[in-house]
Design a protein around this ligand. Structure first.
Ligand SMILES: Nc1ncnc2c1ncn2[C@@H]1O[C@H](COP(=O)(O)OP(=O)(O)O)[C@@H](O)[C@H]1O
Ligand SMILES: [Mg+2]
Length: 319
């Protein structure tokens, strides 16, 4: 009997591990096929333009095939373990019943003991099945939550400063700045920003020129503290940006990213995204300055025209 219980618990324990492994594969394949689908849908015009629809369809079919296979494997393992545990319980019950029946025949056990033991067995076997089912469900939930937990427990690398940034003229100084992106284990990846020193005097325009991947966008990212410098300092009006609050810093630093993204809202809401308290007149002034006002006025809804990823109507440049 003891042997059977030990065997039951071992099957439950190692079976749960075995099912977890396939659950992890299933979760990864599900993510890959969803990502594949979204990527293909978002890039429809490029796929058609380069006549790559067939390749994309077979890529997606492969991803979907792996997803379905892992899902089937997961179900197979789950039902195999569940049924093995059920059979073990039935075998154990058979052992108990036959032992007691022999005892009753020999006169060493009473029929009352038989009834008590069988009732007792039924109640613990029901609870054991419930417990193993709950453990398996809990494992499945934990696997889904693993990624979320990893994000929640990620150490912040950019710590908020305590002072308010006070801008006067707005001159910027990069002082012997070095930085490298970090890998998953926190190791330094190849660095492109090493001992950079330059000034941007107030009111002036400075262009950083270099080949792709030389670190220009990284320097802009460091200015808004998307990441923190490893060495050196960046100062705005003589205040180290590490010492000031992220909110006061990002209020005065504006970045136009290479990859444009438009929110699924009106033109006016998109233009004043960075400063929600900007008045309608201020938004119009900005649009006039960049030569978009006349084009916007041609729309029936004018500044209220809804634009975005789903509702379009703007050229790449206009975005
Ligand atoms: N988030 C990131 N993680 C790791 N490496 C990055 C990241 N962003 C950029 N890099 C690497 O840093 C280098 C500089 O990139 P970037 O500053 O974007 O170049 P560019 O001068 O073209 O703007 C490149 O080699 C790029 O591969
Ligand atoms: Mg760049």
């Amino acid at each position: 009997m003891l042997l059977l219980i030990t065997f039951y618990l071992s099957v439950a324990y190692y079976g749960a591990h075995w099912v977890s492994r396939s659950l992890r594969d299933y979760s990864r394949c599900h993510e890959e096929s969803t990502h594949n689908f979204q990527e293909s849908m978002q890039n429809r015009p490029i796929i058609s333009c380069f006549n790559r629809s067939d390749d994309e369809i077979s890529r997606f079919s492969r991803a979907l095939g792996s997803y379905l296979n892992t899902q089937l494997r997961c179900h197979d393992r789950f039902y195999l373990i569940t049924n093995t545990l059920r059979i073990l319980l039935e075998v154990a019950l058979g052992a108990v019943v036959s032992t007691l029946a022999r005892g009753i025949i020999r006169g060493t056990a009473s029929p009352a003991t038989f009834i008590v033991l069988v009732t007792y067995w039924n109640s613990i076997s029901g609870n054991l099945t419930g417990l193993t089912e709950s453990l398996k469900r809990l494992r499945a939930i934990l696997i889904s939550a693993e990624k979320l937990l990893r994000i929640l427990y990620t150490q912040l690398t950019v710590i908020d400063g305590s002072k308010q940034l006070r801008t006067h003229s707005g001159h910027i100084l990069f002082e012997d700045v070095s930085f490298s992106y970090k890998g998953q284990a926190g190791e330094d990846l190849a660095s492109r920003v090493r001992n950079i020193t330059f000034k941007v005097p107030d009111g002036s325009t400075v262009a950083l020129v270099g080949e792709s991947g030389s670190g220009k966008s990284t320097l802009a990212n460091l200015l808004s503290r998307g990441d923190d410098v490893d060495k050196g300092a960046i100062k705005i009006d003589d205040q180290d940006i590490k010492d000031v609050t992220l909110s006061s810093l990002r209020d005065v630093v504006g970045i136009v990213h290479q990859d444009h993204f438009i929110f699924d809202r009106s033109i006016i809401d998109n233009v004043r995204f960075g400063r929600p308290d900007a008045t309608d007149d201020e938004v119009k002034e900005v649009c006039k300055a960049i030569g978009l006002h006349d084009m916007i006025m041609k729309f029936e809804e004018k500044y209220e025209k809804r634009v975005g990823e789903r509702v379009n109507g703007l050229s790449g440049g206009q975005k």
